[in-house]
Design a protein around this ligand. Structure first.
Ligand SMILES: [Zn+2]
Ligand SMILES: [Zn+2]
Length: 430
């Protein structure tokens, strides 16, 4: 192990690995992140780790998922999601993000801990007002069509057949559309998205099967960059294509197989075999950081234990700023001259903020009325009539003074949102 010294120069009382730029950014209003009311300044990046572990999921760690927010000076930062593991939807909603605004998802590879919440979000997002546009999913090809991202999405829809038909009784509009960009996993450093002053590139990773990828985002407008390795063995490609990135996020596994055997009972040989063919030991994570020279090295997709040992392995190579991308929900703010990390404060109860149509029209152009899309598959067309006929007569359970007609059919005259009236009702202005 290297002799420790402060790589940023003498800084008594400033720690050994903390640079002068480790300090709160202008957007950080508190020592905790209070979603959703903290405004993200233009040109500032915020990274929310809304899931951070492959296995086992715990009260503190959901399946891996990273929400990257790029501040544009409005209440609606540009959002990109990297992986979408089990349990991340709950965390994203707790950050106050409206479901229709979860749109662009980049899947690193098709291990289910990286996309398990997608079939959950997809129909509920459509139902929750995601009528105007469907999701965009980006992901690698595989060694044949059946191992690629497009195939997974097609089969996901097939798996959801009952659910999608059932929800088509509701207003769905465009919500079930998925625009899939399946890129060639071998097209190293190829571009899979370029718009709004940002470029997303990808490269192939060694993760047993062809078709695992890493991503790098260059936000040219702000001069900031971010990389997420997904899963894989430490490789030359990552050193080459993540070179000089501001925020380098890699997976990590502590190389302490005997200890993990004591804790979980898994044979040491199986653990070694898994890390040595699939994953990045912390030593290698530190080595990658030392070669890439990010402003901050981050580990996500990890198990919290044993933390002290893990950091020591990283420090064998990387003396610079290191932060954990977890547990849920770690938040890292980044500007050109500052980096700061905090935990988000989360409510115990449902955190979906009250319906605010301004959120669904981020460009600020609120129409007077919004038609509610016509359902495509009323229940009369997908349900045996006897099931409806056996429903109880509402008169037996509604007291007479609260009785109202049931809304069981779409009526284009009444299925219209009167925007001004809804805002006024909520704001109690009349
Ligand atoms: Zn994984
Ligand atoms: Zn994996």
């Amino acid at each position: 192990m290297n002799e420790m010294h402060n790589p940023y120069g003498r800084s008594p009382g400033g720690g050994i690995t903390l640079p002068p730029y480790y300090r709160p950014t202008p957007s950080c209003s508190s020592n905790n992140f209070f979603p959703p009311n903290e405004h993200l300044a233009k040109g500032e990046m915020r990274i929310c780790f809304v899931g951070s572990t492959p296995w086992p999921p715990t009260l503190k760690q959901s399946g891996t998922a990273i929400m990257l927010e790029l501040g544009n000076g409005t209440a609606f930062p540009r959002r990109l999601f990297f992986d979408f593991g089990n349990g991340c939807v709950k965390n994203i909603l707790q950050l106050g993000v409206q479901p229709p605004l979860i749109r662009d998802v980049f899947i690193s590879h098709l291990h289910v801990d990286h996309y398990a919440d997608l079939p959950y979000l997809y129909p509920f997002r459509a139902w929750s007002g995601g009528w105007r546009e469907g999701m965009r999913i980006f992901g690698p090809s595989g060694d044949r069509p059946e191992t690629g991202t497009r195939y997974m999405i097609d089969k996901m829809k097939e798996m959801l057949t009952w659910h999608l038909e059932n929800f088509d009784h509701c207003p769905i509009g465009e919500g079930f559309n998925i625009d899939v960009t399946e890129f060639d996993y071998k097209d190293d450093n190829g571009i899979c998205l370029q718009e709004d002053g940002l470029t997303v590139r990808h490269w192939g990773r060694s993760h047993v099967k062809s078709g695992a990828s890493a991503y790098r985002v260059d936000w040219e407008e702000a001069g900031l960059s971010f990389a997420w390795t997904g899963d894989g063995r430490p490789d030359e490609s990552t050193i080459e294509f993540a070179q000089g990135v501001d925020v380098f996020v890699t997976e990590g596994q502590a190389d302490v197989m005997q200890l993990l055997n004591y804790k979980y009972g898994t044979p040491k040989e199986v653990l070694q075999f898994t890390i040595d063919t699939y994953h990045t030991p912390y030593y290698a994570a530190g080595y990658l950081m030392s070669k890439i020279q990010p402003r901050v090295g981050v580990i996500c997709h990890y198990s919290e234990e044993p933390e002290g040992e893990a950091i020591t392995e990283i420090r064998a190579h990387w003396p610079g700023l290191f932060l954990y991308g977890g547990p849920d929900i770690k938040v890292i703010n980044v500007t050109k001259d500052r980096i700061w990390d905090r935990m988000a404060l989360r409510p115990q109860s449902a955190a979906i903020s009250p319906p605010d149509m301004r959120d669904v029209f981020p460009e600020g152009q609120l129409p007077d009325t919004i038609p509610i899309p016509k359902p495509r598959l009323p229940r009369e067309e997908q349900q045996d009539a006897y099931l409806r006929e056996r429903e109880l007569d509402p008169n037996v359970y509604y007291p007479a003074d609260v009785r109202r007609p049931l809304t069981q059919h779409y009526d284009e005259k009444t299925f219209v949102m009167d925007v001004k009236a809804m805002i006024a009702a909520r704001d109690h202005t009349d």
